[in-house]
Design a binder for this molecule. Structure first.
Ligand SMILES: Nc1nc2c(c(=O)[nH]1)N[C@@H](CN(C=O)c1ccc(C(=O)N[C@@H](CCC(=O)O)C(=O)O)cc1)CN2
Length: 337
């Protein structure tokens, strides 16, 4: 053998919703690598719409069972301040998704210049309304010449038991401690997408780019938790939380087995920043002209990655699916059923 080490490899083909996703090479050393790249395939496209439809169907079934048990339909109230076109679309889509799942979806609209006091008064009213199980304030809040909202004060005012976005300090703290009440919708959607695609990040290096309260920070926290703390799907990753001030961002990204981009800068993650065979999750939704693009330069990234989410049709649809899930969870929590 000339002193050379041998490498016994078992190749296991894996798939995502019936489509071949690549191969796992199981070596003697116990190393488990996704090496679709070596197999000379372009990345599998992770279909967020399909996974979201599956989760929404499961939630609809659970809602029907809950109501059949004598409970009123869960009620989600969205608060939309101003007329931002994207926010209007998201709120409308949330209402439609609620209706399809058997959830009572309501929307309160306030003018952009309603002001902090009026918005705080509405939150106080919704907190005490026993018919309302979930409350969300659509973000971002508008800024006008006359009015600037204190977003933190508003999110802090939402009753944590009705906080289906999981943005309140109590729910953030519970997640941090590994005993979440509600999981924030976008990171939870990503965990579901990975888990349901049989993509494990346990023991792997994950780099989350972007430290927002909505995605980056909770995402990092969830992936680093022990098995079971944030659901059975994905945990035990070694996580790096990178951001705009990270030194040599490209090499930090390139070191990751799974790269999650949530920075809000169109196509800033280029192919040279991706480790061959890495899983790439694109959370960005950027409007460039009349096109919607992610934070990842998709066409070049898919030649390097083993699996990648598209924009649109990747992470976005999962956000609303997980919101329905949280609304049902809130209704169950409040009814004690
Ligand atoms: N209170 C909240 N505000 C915001 C959240 C949130 O989770 N809670 N997240 C985003 C907006 N958002 C939901 O509110 C959201 C964004 C995108 C999608 C989505 O399905 N995107 C589609 C593309 C849709 C399009 O054409 O614009 C996709 O990616 O395929 C759903 C929900 C900020 N605010």
């Amino acid at each position: 053998m000339n002193g050379e080490s041998t490498r016994t490899i078992t190749i296991k083909r894996i798939s995502h919703y019936g489509k071949p996703i690549g191969y796992r090479h199981l070596t003697e050393q116990g190393c488990d690598e996704l090496t679709q790249h070596e197999a000379n395939m372009t990345a599998v496209i992770l279909d967020g719409k399909q996974v979201a439809a599956e989760i929404r169907a499961e939630t609809a079934k659970e809602v029907a069972d809950f109501v059949a048990g004598g409970a009123p339909p869960p009620c989600l109230t969205a608060v939309l301040v101003g007329e931002d076109p994207a926010s209007q679309v998201y709120v409308r889509n949330k209402a439609r998704a609620c209706e399809k799942a058997g959830i009572d979806g309501r929307t309160h609209r306030l003018p952009a210049d309603a002001g902090q006091d009026e918005l705080m008064a509405l939150i106080a009213e919704l907190n005490t309304d026993t018919n309302v199980n979930g409350i969300l304030v659509q973000l971002p809040l508008p800024t006008t010449d006359a009015v600037r909202y204190d977003e933190r004060e508003i999110l802090d005012a939402i009753d944590p038991l009705k906080d289906v976005d999981a943005f309140s300090p109590v729910n953030v703290g519970l997640l941090m401690q590994g005993r979440p009440r509600f999981l924030p919708c976008t990171p939870h959607g990503i965990v579901q997408l990975l888990g349901r695609s049989n993509l494990s990040v346990a023991g792997k290096k994950v780099c989350v780019v972007g430290r927002s309260d909505i995605v980056g920070k909770p995402m990092a926290m969830m992936l680093a938790q022990k098995t079971g703390a944030c659901g059975p799907e994905v945990a035990n990753a070694t996580v790096t939380l990178a951001h705009s001030r990270t030194a040599d961002l490209a090499s930090v990204c390139r070191d990751a087995d799974c790269l999650i981009a949530a920075v809000g800068r169109p196509e800033m993650i280029t192919a040279d920043m991706i480790k061959p065979g890495a899983i790439v999750i694109d959370v960005g939704i950027n409007r460039v002209g009349d096109k919607l693009v992610g934070d990842v330069a998709f066409d070049q990234a898919k030649e390097v990655a083993s699996a990648i989410t598209p924009v649109p049709g990747g992470v976005g649809p999962l956000t609303i699916a997980m919101l329905l899930h949280n609304t049902l969870a809130a209704a169950k929590l409040q009814s004690g059923r």
